[in-house]
Design a binder for this molecule. Structure first.
Ligand SMILES: *Cc1c(COP(=O)(O)O)cnc(C)c1O
Length: 431
């Protein structure tokens, strides 16, 4: 099994967190998002403990809400000592509705509107991660109107390619997020920020990409940020107290993917930072990390009912399921790999190679290709693993399909955290 929270019971059913997935689908319906809360908590603790142990004081992980965002997640994050990243007023609203403290929110986004800025300021968001010069001016103005001094980090691009997919790689120079260091623009960006009376510049943010399996690209980012920071200290007398290195540690979608040892990576990063600061005589900054995927991806799975098999003779066989790109668009978007299991027939030989097709009116609506399963029929159940990140948050109502429910599993009990949409929900905004 891909993860140790999965099992097979004596009926040959897949279990998650000790619960029978077949019973979960009977009770809550399918498609169904299942999130193992114990595993989310474990993943949070891994970061919180390793960062406290190895990194400078006040270092902290921030959960990236774009990976998964619903009210019931936020009390879990808070209890586990996480901060949180938000990228829109909608995410701010959700976090606050879930009781999360505003001062532990970090507000991202490359195009925050005046309304977004006002909303975040009026709700006491702790820190803005400012993406560009226009935002700097708009935020300074809005903070001045409110007689506030707002904490900010400045987003810079270190120009690193961590050798991941283009579509999810944001550390390169040529991208729409942040201000590049290499062209000299980032230094001018910082200089401008320091002149603004209503902003308190804490330090820098950089995010180099996703699905990164080792510490090295983060160490490279630290080197570049330290050089940059040292230059600014000499030129402007400004000392950065915080480096936010973004998210991006990878997770295992398949058995063939490597296992990431997060504490070992954080230790390696800490050693590298300490040496770099020592060599330059630079005061140790606190470190923020923004894990999204590596907190929730492996805690989630999706259950689907099978519709049937369809074989195109001489070509391939399809297995249709009662969801698709509406609840998981990631294969359609960038061919993301997944492990698929026959949830109610785990002990049968997997000798049927098929493509899992969703129910949407798009030939690209596939969940995965070339999967080995037993021959399955109507009402069998399949589980797609590692769907805890970027599934729920990327879901749509295409074809007017209702979004699935989300169930949280904790200590052998399941509770509904997000109910399934109804047809009434589908027309709720229609006038
Ligand atoms: C996407 C993103 C994250 C989270 O990335 P993961 O790969 O899910 O860990 C964190 N910070 C920023 C700025 C991002 O864009």
């Amino acid at each position: 099994m891909l993860y140790d929270n999965l099992g097979i019971n004596d009926q040959g059913h897949l279990t998650v967190g000790g619960l029978d997935t077949v019973r979960l689908a009977e009770k809550f319906g399918a498609p169904l998002y299942v999130l193992d809360e114990d595993r989310v908590r474990e993943n949070c603790r891994t970061y919180v403990q390793a960062m406290a142990q190895y990194l400078p004081e006040h270092s902290m992980p921030l959960f990236a809400g774009k990976a998964l965002c619903f009210k019931g997640l936020y009390p879990v994050l808070e209890e586990e000592g996480m901060g949180a990243d938000v990228v829109s007023p909608g995410e701010i609203y959700t976090a606050l509705a879930g009781g999360f403290p505003a001062d532990k929110l970090y507000f991202h986004g490359n195009n925050k509107t005046d309304e977004d800025i006002a909303y975040a300021l009026d709700n006491g968001v702790g820190c803005f991660i400012v993406d560009n010069h226009q935002e700097l001016e708009a935020l300074d103005r809005a903070a001045a109107q409110r007689g506030k001094r707002q904490r900010v980090l400045l987003r810079v691009t270190p120009g690193i390619d961590p050798h991941t997919l283009q579509a999810i790689n944001t550390g390169r120079i040529d991208c729409q997020f942040g201000v590049p260091i290499e062209t000299g623009q980032a230094a001018r960006f910082v200089a401008a920020a320091l002149t603004m009376e209503h902003l308190e510049v804490e330090g820098f943010h950089s995010h180099i990409g996703s699905q990164i399996f080792e510490a090295e690209p983060f160490c490279d980012a630290v080197d570049i940020l330290l050089d940059f920071a040292q230059g600014l200290r000499q030129d402007l007398g400004f000392v950065a107290r915080t480096f936010n290195l973004g998210g991006g540690f990878g997770v295992r979608y398949r058995d063939s993917d490597p296992v990431v040892d997060i504490p070992a990576n954080i230790q390696a990063l800490a050693d590298h930072l300490t040496q770099g600061c020592l060599a330059k005589g630079y005061p140790l900054p606190r470190i923020l990390l923004e894990p999204g995927r590596s907190i929730v991806a492996d805690a989630g799975l999706t259950l689907y009912r099978v519709g049937g098999e369809k074989t195109i003779e001489g070509y391939r066989s399809y297995l249709t399921v009662n969801g698709g790109m509406t609840d998981n668009p990631r294969y359609a978007l960038y061919q993301s790999p997944y492990t698929v299991l026959p949830a109610n027939r785990m002990q049968e030989p997997r000798d049927f190679v098929c493509t899992i097709a969703g129910r949407c009116c798009e030939s690209g609506d596939l969940i995965q290709e070339n999967i080995s399963l037993p021959h399955l029929g109507r009402d069998d159940l399949i589980a797609v693993l590692t769907t805890g990140a970027y599934n729920f948050t990327m879901a749509s109502n295409y074809n007017r399909l209702c979004r699935p429910a989300l169930v949280m599993v904790r200590q052998g009990k399941a509770r509904l955290a997000v109910r399934r949409q109804t047809f009434a929900d589908l027309v709720a905004c229609d006038l």
